[in-house]
Design a protein around this ligand. Structure first.
Ligand code: SF4
Length: 343
């Protein structure tokens, strides 16, 4: 050890000018850097950015994507809206790089236009489970298959890899229900769950919801405009006008004996499939006011056939009659007793 130290440090009397050359060069280099003009903020940022290989790679990818997005649709002979039912649900090919959807539309062009960006239903289902239930990929896939089976999707293992456009409207709705049920909720908010479906599919979905409610002990907050369907699925109904609840009652009580004039008008509009049943329709005049700027007093006063001066100045409080509630000046425990007014 003593020998090594002795050989590494030369005695001062043995030092020669050329021994100082590396130090002199370093000092010169430092000096030249210090003499450089100061860089601006963006120049400095760009120099730092250029040194970061990952950042440069990400920039190249983004530039490529932007170029493809701009020039891809221009170069293509197919429009994102072109339909060809004979080409429906085609696998990827030279003619259709990403395949086609159920209307025969080219998926590549639709992706470029941002008109179709889809994840497989398996991905959507398992992502929910992995995030909220901390499941492994295998556990989440097994649970997703179980949920699809529960809502009646045939061959759930195979369908897991399919995209939403490969399902019918009713099946898509079932997948959404499976997604809602995946994390074992107690309450599900169903906001217009059947409005986009044709009547036969509506019946399927509502029957499925009813079955699951009994099997799993669920509570639904079912929001809908279809009053016949609301009567079928609900135990208790709240009627809203202009963003406020105006009446709440058990379903059969409300449908057989509506208190509030708005509820009466709504129920009179339900079509009855019997040509001999000449029910009296209550017509409401005028436009629906803006919920942002509702009328003074009772919000229904501009269209209510029974509105009085009191209605136009005083907002009715929600009153309770047994297990039902109603917000109208002219309602008591026996029901509505206002008189029609000639406007
Ligand atoms: S308070 Fe007046 S305007 Fe409002 S629902 Fe009752 S009768 Fe009609």
């Amino acid at each position: 050890m003593a020998d090594m130290q002795h050989s590494a440090v030369a005695p001062a009397e043995n030092l020669r000018p050329e021994d100082f050359a590396p130090l002199t060069q370093h000092a010169a280099q430092q000096g030249s850097e210090a003499d450089r003009p100061a860089l601006g903020y963006w120049q400095d940022a760009w120099l730092r950015f250029k040194k970061d290989k990952i950042a440069m790679l990400a920039l190249a990818v983004i530039v490529c994507l932007v170029l493809v997005a701009i020039f891809g649709p221009i170069l293509s002979s197919v429009s994102y809206a072109d339909q060809d039912l004979a080409q429906a649900n085609q696998a990827p090919s030279m003619a259709h790089w990403f395949g086609t959807d159920n209307l025969g539309r080219d998926l590549f062009i639709r992706v470029l236009y941002g008109a179709r960006i889809s994840l497989s239903i398996g991905h959507q289902l398992t992502e929910t489970l992995r995030l909220h239930k901390s499941m492994t990929k295998q556990e989440a896939e097994a649970k997703a298959v179980e949920m699809l089976g529960l809502v009646g999707i045939p061959f759930p293992e195979k369908r897991l890899k399919d995209y939403p456009h490969q399902f019918s409207g009713g099946m898509r709705q079932r997948v959404m229900i499976a997604m809602a049920l995946a994390c074992n909720p107690k309450v599900i908010i169903c906001d217009e769950p059947i409005s986009a479906l044709d009547v036969s599919i509506q019946a399927q979905v509502v029957n499925l919801l009813s079955r699951l409610q009994k099997e799993l002990g669920l509570t639904y907050l079912f929001i809908a405009h279809d009053l016949a369907m609301v009567r079928y699925i609900s135990q208790r109904v709240a009627v809203m006008y202009l963003g406020k609840i105006v009446e709440v009652a058990a379903t059969e009580e409300l449908y057989n004996h509506p208190f509030h004039p708005y509820t009466q008008a709504l129920l009179s509009a339900i079509p009855v499939p019997d040509p001999d049943d000449q029910q009296q329709r209550i017509h409401l005049d005028g436009e629906l006011p803006s919920p942002i700027n509702p009328p003074a007093g009772c919000h229904f006063c501009t269209r209510c056939p029974y509105a009085t001066d009191k209605c136009r100045t005083e907002e009715p409080a929600m009153q309770t009659f047994g297990d039902r509630q109603c917000a109208c000046h002219y309602v008591d425990a026996d029901g509505f007793h206002g008189k029609a007014v000639q406007h």
